[in-house]
Write a protein of this length. Structure first.
Length: 151
């Protein structure tokens, strides 16, 4: 696990507004080094130029989707070990299975709260600022109860 002061994250979403919101949430967690990409092509170029500790990517983007980015990352030996958090509004359980099968480390459904994102980030980053995150909620079983807790 890497410390928040050393962590560098890449947030990928075709919506500038969503990227800003997610980056703001990450900053609240205590991570200052966050880069942004507007699509999968841009993200892949950035991943090949700089080392990242976590990729947080939207699923639905053009011209290269988050799913296609995930596949490219997992097929590239230099990138394949980077944790990958997939974000989407898609509620189809089949899509969750596809993401997990393709190598997504975790999955986050929109809309989500800062607390939900913080719970996901604690899997990858240790933080003095973790007090910003809610204490972990009891784990619920079942898709219908809390879709953000299936991984």
């Amino acid at each position: 696990m890497i410390d928040t002061h050393e962590a560098r994250l890449l947030v990928v979403d075709d919506s500038r507004m969503i990227r800003r919101i997610v980056v703001s949430m990450i900053h609240e967690f205590g991570i200052a080094q966050v880069d942004q990409a507007g699509d999968g092509n841009e993200a892949l170029e950035m991943l090949r130029r700089r080392r990242y500790n976590l990729v947080i990517s939207d699923w639905w983007m053009e011209p290269v989707s988050g799913f296609e980015l995930l596949l490219a990352v997992r097929l590239d030996p230099a990138l394949s070990s980077i944790p990958f958090l997939m974000i989407t509004a898609e509620r189809d359980f089949g899509e969750v299975i596809n993401a997990k099968s393709a190598g997504a480390t975790d999955y986050l459904l929109k809309p989500f709260t800062t607390e939900t994102l913080n719970r996901k980030l604690t899997r990858f980053v240790s933080s003095d600022a973790q007090s910003l995150a809610s204490p972990p909620a009891p784990r619920r079983v079942g898709w219908h109860q809390d879709a953000n807790e299936i991984f």
